[in-house]
Design a protein around this ligand. Structure first.
Ligand code: G2I
Length: 432
């Protein structure tokens, strides 16, 4: 039988795309290393004041490759008096993460809760200006060090309305969220910008309200890159949990599970495993963060975490590790060569930022080079986490000192900003 060439081409492309990674040859033994095998991170919420607790730090350093501040980056912590910023604890967290090669989630720039009392007393234009200044100052302070920012936290109402929550920020005008995202992008173009909320653990009125906002932002060019689903869970998991992740991903944003904890009880381990599998099943679900280290560190009193008070691994831990080791779609597909590169654009009239994810193939990388075609009329104006040669036409980006080594199947990101139209062709990637 003769197979038409078109079909052969399709078969070849399907084989070459390598979209589905087989399980790793050797199971990883920590959460971070296991998640990295599919290009994801596994993070934990920490508090700088616990960094001197040795059993606590032993677990943090062994298991996780991403940190978020449980409280140390909130508005009341970073700007206790208007215009006076304190970053001591947050800086400690960031520098610890950097020294261990961990990425950092920023939590959170604007929220109706945990506002300093001076902000609680403001309204109207004074509050709006103070809020935007806060976004700008904090995002600028951490520029280049944050993987993803929760730019706005918990702005939607619970219940069936799908509407915004009333708050002093909301009363400054419905456009406060997009103003915050634009200010964050201007201050740190390399950070992914997320909207983060809870009770969004399935397709429901609240998550649909957020979905509609994200769709509108994408349509109007408001810079948004990711949605955080907090996932503070009880004794059950919504049957539409994965479907909900997928529908956000289909809008062209990443999804991150940002504050996972699950009520202890008969189902805890199963629910942790199911959440992990749901994330792994969606290519754009790029990482999971648990909201604390040991049960005794949790804001909840129902033992919702992966380690008990003595620092022992619980059944929930094993369920997560096994799910991570079973693999899932690699994010993004590594391709068949030594490495692959995929670009995500955030464009506006006359300019763009590009995020490029470099993924190692079957062997670890010791240096990488990415070639990008920049359409004529435009030029690269700045780059981060890479050094460029040339600014228009064929532009080459090379790793910098700290991100040349990428484990097999692992990935790193760099980015650049440019004028004109962003590159549309898939970049080339070569080792070395
Ligand atoms: O409420 C759980 C989480 C829901 N999503 C947003 C998260 O930011 C939030 O985290 C919790 C922290 O886990 C708590 O640790 O946010 C609470 C409010 O910011 C945190 O509690 C606060 C207490 O309310 C303060 O009294 C205390 O000073 O923790 C502070 C630092 O220990």
């Amino acid at each position: 039988m003769r197979i038409p060439i078109r079909v052969l081409t399709a078969l070849f492309l399907a084989a070459a795309s390598g979209a589905v990674a087989a399980g790793p040859a050797e199971a990883a033994t920590t959460l971070g290393a296991s998640a990295a095998q599919t290009g994801r991170y596994f993070g934990v919420a920490t508090a700088a004041f616990k960094f001197s607790d040795t059993p606590y730090m032993t677990i943090v350093n062994r298991e996780f490759n991403s940190l978020v501040a449980e409280n140390d980056m909130k508005w009341d912590a970073t700007e206790p008096q208007q215009g006076r910023f304190t970053f001591t604890n947050a800086d400690r967290l960031v520098s610890h993460a950097q020294s261990r090669g961990m990425t950092v989630r920023g939590h959170t720039l604007l929220w109706h809760a945990q506002q300093p009392s001076w902000a609680q007393g403001l309204s109207g234009a004074a509050l709006r200006n103070a809020a935007i200044n806060h976004v700008t100052q904090v995002a600028t302070h951490f520029r280049g060090k944050i993987h993803s920012w929760d730019v706005v936290n918990e702005a939607f109402a619970d219940g069936g309305s799908g509407a915004r929550r009333d708050s002093n920020l909301q009363r400054t005008g419905n456009d406060w969220i997009e103003a915050a995202f634009r200010a964050a992008r201007a201050a740190d173009p390399g950070a992914k910008l997320c909207y983060n909320d809870y009770n969004t653990d399935g397709v429901n009125a609240k998550s649909t309200g957020i979905y509609n906002m994200v769709r509108d932002f994408k349509a109007r060019g408001v810079p948004i890159d990711c949605v955080g689903l907090q996932s503070h869970l009880g004794t059950g998991l919504d049957s539409t949990y994965q479907q909900n992740i997928q529908r956000f991903a289909d809008l062209g944003v990443d999804v991150q599970i940002t504050e996972l904890d699950v009520q202890q009880g008969g189902n805890q381990a199963n629910i942790y495993g199911a959440v992990t599998r749901a994330c792994l099943a969606v290519t754009r679900c790029t990482g999971i963060t648990v909201w604390g280290v040991r049960d005794s560190d949790s804001w909840r009193d129902d033992n919702p975490l992966l380690f008990d008070a003595g620092g022992n691994k619980k059944a929930a831990y094993t369920a997560v590790l096994n799910a991570l080791n079973a693999g899932g779609p690699t994010t993004p597909p590594p391709g068949t060569g030594a490495c692959g590169a995929q670009v995500t654009l955030n464009s506006w009239t006359g300019g763009y930022t590009a995020t490029v994810r470099v993924t190692a193939g079957a062997a670890a990388l010791n240096g990488w080079t990415v070639g990008v075609t920049v359409p004529s009329g435009g030029a690269v104006t700045s780059a981060w986490n890479a050094t460029n040669t040339g600014t228009s036409g064929q532009v080459t980006f090379r790793n910098v000192g700290y991100n040349g080594q990428v484990p097999a199947g692992g990935s790193i990101e760099f980015g650049f900003q440019g004028t004109g139209t962003g590159p549309t062709a898939t970049p080339t990637c070569t080792a070395g």
